[in-house]
Ligand binder design. Structure first.
Ligand SMILES: Nc1nc2c(ncn2[C@@H]2O[C@H](COP(=O)(O)OP(=O)(O)OP(=O)(O)O)[C@@H](O)[C@H]2O)c(=O)[nH]1
Length: 200
């Protein structure tokens, strides 16, 4: 659903570049330029997509309101995330094609329930009619993603320093133990004669 023109007209986002299934763009946030990579994980979950989902900072899971199976696929992704990702990663469950309301297959209540069950945001749009609602939704999600990344990076740093602390302590305990077990060091003889020394 992401198109090159999705973000045009918005001063916070610039030049969406496409390479295979990946889109890159710059996003201005708190006066800093942030590089954002958007990965299109359709048509479904495989091992490489799963890995990407697990390390993403924010996710949009798109279903089509005229395709019951697309909501099932969305549920599979949410279940996977629930099992594998710890922490409140920002997830938006986004229904598309509201211009085809007459052909709706996905009940609103089912989606509300799903969003509630997996604690994610939810809304429905029509990319065909207008991309400005999509634009503001994406903008909010990106901001949430940046905040989430900051928390995540902070946690990794804290975990790293706890690990370093513990390993330093363990190291000093083992060093002490090995010194206690080893015979007392003999004092090295004091060499006064340098005649036989060779320089290498
Ligand atoms: N009526 C309608 N058609 C849409 C809308 N958004 C996308 N489409 C159409 O739906 C089809 C699939 O759109 P894509 O943008 O390729 O969506 P996708 O999620 O990448 O789909 P896949 O390529 O199948 O993974 C295209 O024919 C689009 O023109 C919409 O809001 N309303």
């Amino acid at each position: 659903m992401l198109k090159e023109n999705l973000f045009t007209g918005n001063d916070k986002m610039t030049a969406l570049e496409k390479s295979n299934c990946s889109y890159q763009m710059m996003f201005r946030y708190e006066d800093a330029a942030v590089k954002v990579e958007i990965l299109d994980c359709s048509p479904g979950l495989d091992s490489s997509n799963c890995r990407h989902l697990e390390v993403a900072d924010a996710l949009v899971i798109v279903y089509s309101i005229v395709d019951r199976d697309s909501l099932k696929a969305a549920k599979t992704v949410l279940e996977h995330l629930n099992k594998r990702v710890h922490g409140a990663i920002p997830v938006l469950l986004l229904g598309n094609k509201t211009d085809l309301e007459h052909a709706r297959q996905v009940a609103r209540d089912d989606v509300t329930l799903l969003a509630h069950q997996f604690k994610c945001s939810h809304c429905e749009v029509s990319a065909a009619e207008s991309f400005s609602p999509v634009n503001s939704i994406m903008q909010q999600l990106l901001e949430d993603g940046i905040q989430f990344r900051r928390t995540r990076v902070g946690q990794v740093k804290r975990r790293k320093s706890i690990f370093e602390n513990v390993s330093r302590r363990l190291g000093s305990v083992f060093r002490r133990k090995s010194l206690e077990g080893s015979p007392p060091k003999r004092k090295a003889p004091h060499v006064t004669n340098n005649i036989n020394r060779r320089s290498v």
